[in-house]
Design a binder for this molecule. Sequence first.
Ligand SMILES: Cc1cc2nc3c(=O)[nH]c(=O)nc-3n(C[C@H](O)[C@H](O)[C@H](O)COP(=O)(O)OP(=O)(O)OC[C@H]3O[C@@H](n4cnc5c(N)ncnc54)[C@H](O)[C@@H]3O)c2cc1C
Length: 396
Amino acid sequence: MSRTDADVAIQGAGMVGLLLAAALAHRGLRVLLLDKEGLPQWQAQRYGQRVCAINLASERLLRGLEIWEALQRVSPFRAIRVWDALGGGRVAFDAADLGEPHLGHIIENDLIRSALYQSVRATKRVQIRIPACVQRLEPDDEAVTLRLSDGTRVTVALVVGADGARSAIRELLGIPVRLSRYAQKAIVAPIRTEIAHEEIARQWFLPGGPLAFLPLADGRCSIVWSLPTVEAEARLALDETAFCQALAHGSAGELGHVLEVGERGAFPLYRLHAARYCTERAVLVGDAAHVIHPLAGQGVNQGFQDVAVLAKVLIDAQRRGRDIGGRLALRRYERARRGDNLLMEWSMEGFHQLFTRRRPPLVRLRSLGLGMTHRSTSVKRFFMRRAIGADVSILP
Ligand SMILES: Cc1cc2nc3c(=O)[nH]c(=O)nc-3n(C[C@H](O)[C@H](O)[C@H](O)COP(=O)(O)OP(=O)(O)OC[C@H]3O[C@@H](n4cnc5c(N)ncnc54)[C@H](O)[C@@H]3O)c2cc1C
């Protein structure tokens, strides 16, 4: 008889933890899902403040688990335009160059979580305990016993830390992180512009940091504006008219005047990478393992690829009658994902460094680079394939 109460315990019902719960349950594993707080309610009548650019690889994953259909409001973008405000260079990426109808979709975080939560709730294989979290871990040769905040104990083969950048599981496991703060904040808000966005995502590299206008299905845009912390605070304190003027100025009037701005939020920016993704009967996924600058909108897409690989590794191990919490399976996952996540982290760091420098030779160099990229379809295809996740593997 099985000694365990579930095969896998996942701490964190964010987008990544929920996707992992859905993927494992879909393939017959028994899952215990924990979160310290309840899920926010998605509301059809208003746009959520936080959105994500979801790439084609993530779309394929969500479709494979029949979750895509439950996303009631997705906003496709078929092109990306990028400007270097200081150097004057620009580059345009078009889905048509890849033979795709679009390059991705802008989707509200709460909607993704809500669709995943409904899917997870519909299966009998996921036990949900909210609010609850792991307070102590006791691994042995066969399983790991978790002492939970509600006073109960459960035994599972594997515990997954999907509990975000400040992961308590990572802390309990004693896994160190490499952390760099950008001394920047990202302001997010929905806005209405004078000129239609035409399903094009736009980004301006301004001297203080990138400003993105992401197209929404109702004709508005969602902005992500990264700025040095003091400047971000000053912009947040502006009244609506002054803030709209600052946005129109930053976007060089590309979409005309900014007519209206909704509720503004701000997030401190940093990058983080865990020294290891796994230890005895425990593994990290998503922001618990790696956090990057949001300038290319890749964070959750990377987390979803962690899920795709981890789910594949665990399902394979179970099919072969192997221990799903064993080092062999977990190291396979770590080897497959760490290099890719590090490459993405350093690419984002490279872009950040390149575009925040003001020295004239560097400004000229990047302007030249943008111009060359703009003129070369094959270079553009390379970047686009990387951004949409065209080459990544999906669930078996
Ligand atoms: C401004 C901004 C814009 C972004 N835009 C994009 C984008 O366009 N595209 C993209 O791919 N990515 C984007 N990202 C990154 C993306 O938001 C994150 O990568 C993603 O939210 C991480 O999801 P997660 O599930 O790993 O972690 P989280 O979203 O942090 O979820 C963690 C969950 O764990 C729970 N939890 C935390 N601690 C505990 C505990 N001790 N016990 C129990 N539960 C716990 C939390 O309640 C939460 O539910 C952006 C990030 C920012 C800041």
